[in-house]
Design a protein around this ligand. Structure first.
Ligand SMILES: NC(=O)c1ccc[n+]([C@@H]2O[C@H](COP(=O)([O-])OP(=O)(O)OC[C@H]3O[C@@H](n4cnc5c(N)ncnc54)[C@H](OP(=O)(O)O)[C@@H]3O)[C@@H](O)[C@H]2O)c1
Length: 267
């Protein structure tokens, strides 16, 4: 078992002087950065001053995302791999350290969503979603923790599906529910070592994960009707919440899941 440092008396009462929302000097790995929410998170972190390593499978889209980060003036690198690979955690950490040096943050945005009625959900469908949504970030966090600096952050992209139930999405909801408790458990265990662990839980956000569903006018109508804010979310709605949680401004925020859902889960 790793042993984590506990704060001494003077540190216990110390309040960080820097509560900036900026991320200058930060070095952050973002998985799922080749599209959607992860790509926008990478761009926003870069625009806030961070250096970013983008991770995803699709090389072409990954490079386009990397170019968007660079266009903000930030340094960026990318690594194309399947986060479920046996040696993926060690490879990500090795490349991150080589490209960025000491790591100040990790954002888990890679995820898959395979809506299926419960009775028709095959074991393989459950296993695939568990692998990407839970097992991969669990393993990558474990590999990264020894290389995270004091004050570093780990941020998971959870979902409203980790807070409330949905029909035809039982396996996905189970994975996001697991993410919610993974965040709390890690937050409690890693806080004494100076690492903060939190989640952002998006509502319905227009990306390739649900484009086929939102293309159905009935589905679109149902989603709008269930969203108090009266619109489907955009990736730009989500990324600033992740940037906040990664920043010194969130120095005392530990173990939360920040819903960014237009009020969906408040009902
Ligand atoms: N959109 C929503 O309404 C919504 C709502 C709540 C939560 N979320 C969560 O937000 C996160 C991002 O989803 P999104 O909506 O932005 O969907 P997306 O556009 O489909 O993005 C998913 C990302 O995950 C990556 N990914 C998937 N499997 C991977 C694997 N095995 N190895 C490496 N990368 C992998 C994809 O990379 P490649 O394409 O390169 O493989 C892509 O970059 C997910 O965790 C999702 O559950 C989304």
């Amino acid at each position: 078992m790793p042993e984590y440092r506990t704060p001494n008396d003077s540190e216990e009462n110390a309040v960080s002087q820097d509560h900036s929302f900026r991320l200058d000097g930060a070095a952050i790995v973002v998985t799922g950065a080749s599209s959607g929410i992860g790509a926008e998170i990478a761009r926003t972190l870069g625009a806030s001053g961070a250096r970013v390593l983008l991770v995803g499978r699709d090389e072409q889209r990954l490079h386009a995302s990397e170019a968007a980060v660079r266009a903000t003036g930030a340094e960026a690198a990318s690594l194309a791999l399947d986060v479920c690979g046996a040696d993926a955690p060690e490879r990500v950490v090795a490349v991150a350290r080589e490209q960025l040096g000491d790591l100040t943050g990790l954002v888990h945005a890679a995820g898959i969503f395979e809506p299926t009625p419960f009775a028709a959900t095959a074991d393989e469908c459950l296993d695939r979603q568990w692998e990407v949504n839970v097992r991969a970030p669990f393993r990558l966090t474990r590999a990264a923790v020894p290389h995270l600096t004091e004050g570093a952050s780990v941020t998971f992209v959870s979902s409203i599906a980790g807070h409330v139930g949905f029909p035809n999405s039982t396996a996905y909801c189970a994975t996001k529910g697991a993410v919610e408790l993974l965040v709390k458990s890690l937050a409690v265990e890693l806080a004494p070592g100076g690492v903060r662990v939190n989640a952002v839980a998006p509502g319905n956000v227009r990306t390739s994960i649900n484009a086929h569903l939102l293309a159905d006018p009935d589905y679109h109508r149902q989603m709008l009707a269930a969203t108090p804010a009266g619109r489907i979310g955009e990736v730009e709605d989500i990324a600033p919440a992740v940037a906040y949680l990664a920043s010194p401004a969130a120095a005392y925020v530990q173990g939360v899941s920040l819903l960014v859902d237009g009020g969906w889960a408040a009902q």
